[in-house]
Design a protein. Structure first.
Length: 77
């Protein structure tokens, strides 16, 4: 599963796109937990999951073909 990363997540992981070893559909919550396990440097970071350009809740099923992005909160002034 290809995942796009933005802002602080991109900086901490060191890339704007990663491939996760997922062979079947996964919930957004399971994806979040997988990210924390695979990338311990982001554990505790807050981010939203977007699937096909729409924010989704943890129970949403993400298919392998879906476009997935992890987006941390953005502050501005």
């Amino acid at each position: 599963m290809n995942v796009l990363l933005f802002a602080g997540l991109k900086e901490k992981i060191g890339d704007s796109r990663i491939a996760l070893p997922v062979e079947d559909a996964i919930t957004a919550g399971d994806l979040r937990n997988l990210m924390y396990t695979k990338f311990p440097q982001i554990e505790g970071d807050v981010f939203q999951i977007a699937c096909n350009e729409s924010f989704v809740k943890d129970g949403h099923i993400i298919e392998l073909k879906d476009e997935v992005a992890l987006i941390p909160p953005v502050s501005g002034g």
